[in-house]
Design a protein around this ligand. Structure first.
Ligand SMILES: *Cc1c(COP(=O)(O)O)cnc(C)c1O
Length: 453
């Protein structure tokens, strides 16, 4: 092991690492937070400071850090083999995990295509949906070449997933590289002030969708949507019934429904998968983030039998899905994912998330006493707190004021890691965080906002 001092790590981080989604000029002016270890709901930096993980290490952590059962699953597997390929051969953990995923996902979703990031799982879903129509009838469906997605959608950072995304800030510069999509208004009740309530917002958006489909269903291969909550857009919670309405329209106009549950899947919104809450069964389901409990990179695109069958044929029919990644079905990732799901069942984690979500919801109400808290949005343990300059007009602080950066920094100094998405503070705790830790986190959030008003 190379010998180094704490100061060396800080210097080398700035010298050698290009951090994601980060303006490195600003990053290099500040002292970096360098994590050394984790235990339960806490992270520890190299100086031994302790922080509650109110960000679940980018929305991935389920049971906490350094979990004996997950550690054991990994070490058992690594003593057998770390990796062999799924191209032309199979492996034990990927088989067992696929069977488990087929059992726990809704309806007849049953065919698992592995990848290693959420973006890739979306990319794969789009390619499968596109090719599906060409495989079943290339003449009849020759124009089904585009997708509908929501205005503020976020589906990942590869060019295909950016193409169906709508976050202007991230995507504008790449515009010339993207394929065309058809966009649908995001049902964002807090910001759509022209409507009285969330039901009217829902009806408006569904009517827009129906008129789009009436006009051009023969050009639409599928609709891709983040069920119940649009995470990266600022924890926008959809009106209830919206997802069901989208599903009904997909069936009526013969377009595929792709649910991107990369953020909301694996218990985050209080059910194993968010689409269960509206009894929706997509044709294609994308999962990632929480699938390994926050241990290893893994994602999956899960399809129905009907979709899969459209790809069966003789070699010369060219119905094969020509796509695959080098580490597809990696044994370490799959073994820890399987153990993660079993542990969720053994600890009845979903029920716990539901009761903790109620607990959090009650405690969060206090935040409305603060003059700059405009809206608190929550599904399960996915929480967004919108900060506004004026509650009446809902105007936001100019970004030069660094309001939210300061709140996040204050929270860090008080021992809580949270992050902001524009004007929205996000609180996405480790899923298994206990009530006293949740209470402590909310207390720190309250203080950090009130000290920066
Ligand atoms: C995070 C996220 C992705 C992208 O996943 P990566 O693993 O970061 O590529 C896609 N869709 C949604 C809804 C996400 O939250």
């Amino acid at each position: 092991m190379e010998h180094y001092e704490m100061q060396d790590l800080e210097n080398w981080d700035k010298e050698y690492i290009w951090h994601p989604f980060t303006q490195m000029k600003i990053y290099q002016q500040n002292k970096p937070l360098i994590i050394e270890k984790g235990q339960g709901s806490y992270l520890f930096d190299i100086e031994g400071n302790k922080y509650l993980d109110g960000y679940a290490s980018l929305w991935v952590n389920v049971h906490g850090h350094n979990v004996p059962e997950l550690n054991e699953a990994l070490t058992n597997q690594v003593h057998k083999i770390a990796h062999s390929t799924l191209l032309g051969s199979a492996n034990v953990p990927s088989i067992l995990l696929a069977k488990k995923l087929a059992e726990i996902t809704p309806g007849n979703l049953c065919k698992v295509f592995y990848s290693d990031t959420g973006s890739a799982s979306v990319e794969i879903a789009l390619k499968i949906a596109y090719q599906y129509w060409k495989n079943i009838n290339p003449e009849k469906f020759k124009n089904k070449n585009t997708f509908i997605s929501l205005d503020d959608a976020y589906h990942g950072d590869t060019i295909g997933s950016v193409s169906v995304g709508g976050m202007d800030l991230y995507h504008r510069i790449f515009e010339p590289l993207l394929f065309k999509r058809v966009s649908l208004p995001t049902p964002h009740t807090y910001r759509m002030t022209e409507f009285d309530n969330s039901k009217d917002v829902k009806n408006f958006c569904l009517q827009r969708l129906e008129s789009l489909l009436k006009e051009k269903a023969d050009e639409i291969a599928g609709i891709i949507i983040e069920p119940l909550v649009q995470g990266a857009a600022g924890i926008i919670t959809h009106p209830s019934g919206f997802l069901k309405g989208v599903e009904n329209l997909c069936r009526k106009y013969n377009v595929l429904l792709i649910c991107d549950e990369v953020a909301v899947g694996f218990g985050r919104t209080g059910t194993m998968f968010a689409c269960e809450q509206e009894e929706v069964i997509p044709d294609i389901l994308c999962v990632g983030k929480g699938i390994t409990g926050g241990y290893m990179p893994l994602a999956a695109t899960i399809t129905s039998q009907k979709i899969f069958d459209a790809f069966l044929g003789e070699k010369k029919e060219h119905k094969t899905f020509y796509h695959g990644h080098t580490y597809t079905g990696n044994q370490l990732s799959c073994s820890v994912a399987l153990r993660n799901i079993q542990l969720m069942e053994e600890t009845a984690l979903i029920e716990k998330v539901q009761s903790n979500a109620l607990f959090v919801s009650e405690h969060l109400q206090d935040l409305y006493k603060l003059d700059i808290v405009g809206d608190i949005r929550q599904r399960g343990l996915m929480i967004g707190i919108e900060i506004v300059k004026d509650k009446e007009t809902k105007t936001i602080f100019p970004s030069e004021e660094n309001k939210l950066d300061n709140i996040v920094l204050t929270a860090l100094q008080k021992g809580l890691i949270i992050r902001q998405l524009d004007q929205v503070l996000t609180f996405i705790p480790v899923l298994a965080m206990n009530q006293s830790e949740l209470e402590e986190a909310i207390r720190i959030i309250y203080q950090s906002i009130s000290e920066n008003m």
